[in-house]
Design a protein around this ligand. Structure first.
Ligand code: GLC
Length: 556
């Protein structure tokens, strides 16, 4: 396989609202990002992805855009954005913008006009169906709970909203909509933006007939729809390719077959895709709000299948544990106790960076930030969380049970402000933060990590650097070890006669592990324990959360 330069990139995701507040209003801002460029450079990442910073009523924290070619004044100005882009480029960091093109805010002028009358040209920018106030067109459920149809009195119709009632789905079938979308993308590409993260992009193609779903919530009718690929090809041909834009598509409830098509180079669609299957192995019966300990075997199987499957057909994965929609991984698949937080955070990092694909590190992950331990529902802000807190109770659970579910699963777990230092408000703001800071910030913060050579931060730094020098991490074939030892994930990456071997204990107990296939060991690339006591090839005892990455050659 020939390596494209971008395939060795590591991307760092910034949720600007919670990253760094330069003007003391309690909301992070563009200037706040600019202040931290040296920090990003030190980590060694190649690109940052910034979640939406366009004007928005913030019903879904910016994923409800009311104007596409401008900056939300809360974050700064277009001039400041250009300055940020310029300063990033000067130090060799690229910038990826988040593009929310499946839906707009209902405050967007298109929707404001569309809802007035059926004959307005903007009416056909959205998806409408007949219905009476008492009878929505289908039984489809919104991703945030409740019907996915909103009634509009003025036209006596329903509009489709797969997310919040204030996020109306765009009608991509309409060529004028696609022309507008290309205009928006071109605007940002012309400014010199290097990448696009395309929000829920596999939901853009809706059916023409709207049918009740008697098996589920409707997603099978609009997920990976018929036209997604042709729409992506169109955007690729006119925007992504001509401007040399790196793209990652966020894929909701997708399949591997679809992701292969979206990302295989010959198809000219996307560079890579996010899928979420590996982040559902702690959902009971696939329901996010029903808690269950994570199923390690399922996790290993999913990661392995996606590695092998995408590799076999030339697809490319975006690799990630965390983002702004997920609880913190160390509190979830790791162990956030004092004893094991650092070890398990490093183990998870090592496992992820050994895989094939492009790693995405979410702000705070590189210092092992945890879920906050909040005690009351009014500490939460997220629309999905607040909806679900009510819905779970309507389904018969107690308020305590509903609280236990949302506090484990809320997206706000990943949205608390970055803990920069031990000063008041964790150095995030001099004002009142928009979302409560996790109380462990005096102990877990960037300043502390930077002051200690064995911190999680420097572990991430090494992993990022390794991907630049070890080509096998980029190209190597994935080979999994299907061993009965449940808590251990072990795999090789093989290119020619070179092998990079990864082993990781996902448990808080020592585990004895035996290799089926020995290799000639050359060196230990990285480990999360001091010393290299476990360097015995055939049989090794892994300490709690121990993980090791070796380099060697195949034994013939
Ligand atoms: C994506 C975003 C999420 C948002 C949703 C609707 O999943 O990551 O934050 O709520 O799309 O735009």
């Amino acid at each position: 396989m020939t390596i494209e330069e971008w395939q060795s990139y590591s991307v760092y995701q910034i949720y600007p609202k919670s990253f760094n507040d330069a003007n003391g209003d309690g909301f992070g801002d563009i200037e706040g990002i600019r202040e931290k460029i040296p920090y990003l450079k030190k980590l060694g990442i190649d690109m940052i992805w910034i979640t939406p910073i366009q004007p928005s009523p913030q019903k879904d924290n910016g994923y409800d855009i009311s104007e596409y070619c401008a900056i939300n004044p809360q974050y700064g100005t277009l001039l400041e954005f250009k300055q940020l882009l310029n300063d990033l480029h000067e130090v060799g960091i690229k910038l990826m913008m988040d593009m929310v093109l499946n839906h707009t805010s209902t405050e967007h002028q298109w929707f404001q006009a569309a809802k007035q009358s059926r004959s307005h040209p903007y009416h056909d920018y959205y998806i409408w169906q007949e219905g009476t106030p008492a009878q929505p067109p289908t039984n489809w459920q919104s991703k945030f709970g409740g019907s996915s149809w909103g009634y509009n009195e003025a036209t006596a119709e329903y509009y489709l909203h797969l997310f919040d009632t204030t996020q109306a789905d765009l009608n991509w079938r309409n060529p004028s909509v696609r022309a507008e979308i290309k205009k928006i993308l071109r605007f940002w590409a012309e400014l010199g933006v290097d990448g696009f993260r395309l929000d829920v992009i596999n939901l853009i193609s809706k059916p023409t007939l709207f049918l009740n779903d008697d098996e589920g919530d409707g997603r099978r009718f609009y997920t990976d729809g018929k036209q997604v690929e042709s729409y992506l090809k169109e955007l690729n041909e006119e925007i992504f390719s001509p401007y040399g834009i790196l793209t990652v598509g966020e894929m909701s409830s997708t399949s591997m077959a679809a992701c292969i098509e979206y990302t295989k180079p010959a198809n000219n669609e996307l560079s890579m895709t996010f899928n979420f299957h590996h982040l559902k192995v702690d959902y009971r019966d696939g329901d996010k709000w029903q808690l269950m300990p994570m199923n390690i075997s399922a996790l290993k199987a999913l990661l392995s299948d996606w590695q092998r499957g995408m590799q076999a057909k030339g697809g490319w994965n975006a690799l990630f544990w965390c983002n702004h929609d997920q609880p913190r991984i160390v509190s979830r698949y790791g162990n956030d106790s004092d004893e094991y937080r650092e070890l398990s955070a490093k183990m998870l990092a090592l496992v992820l960076h050994g895989l094939q694909g492009t790693p995405y590190i979410y702000q705070g992950e590189e210092i092992g930030m945890t879920n906050p331990d909040w005690h009351a529902i009014d500490e939460f802000e997220d629309v999905e969380t607040l909806n679900q807190f009510e819905l779970i109770q309507q389904k018969g659970q107690t308020a305590d049970e509903a609280f236990a579910a949302v506090s484990a699963r809320s997206r706000d777990n990943g949205r608390t402000p970055v803990q920069w230092d031990a000063s008041q408000q964790a150095g995030f703001t001099t004002g009142k933060p928009w979302l409560k800071i996790a109380s462990n910030y005096t102990k877990i913060n960037v300043a502390e990590c930077l002051s200690r050579a064995d911190s999680i931060f420097y572990f991430y730094q090494k992993l990022i650097a390794l991907r630049k020098v070890e080509a096998t991490l980029i190209t190597g074939q994935f080979r999994r070890y299907d061993r009965p030892e449940e808590g251990v994930f072990a795999y090789d990456r093989i290119a020619g006669d070179e092998v990079i071997r990864v082993v990781a204990n996902f448990t808080d107990q020592p585990v004895v592990f035996e290799w089926a296939t020995p290799i000639h060991l050359a060196e230990t690339l990285l480990t999360n324990y001091e010393g290299d006591a476990t360097n015995d090839q055939t049989k090794l005892t892994l300490r709690p959360y121990e993980s090791i990455m070796w380099k060697g050659t195949v034994v013939v």
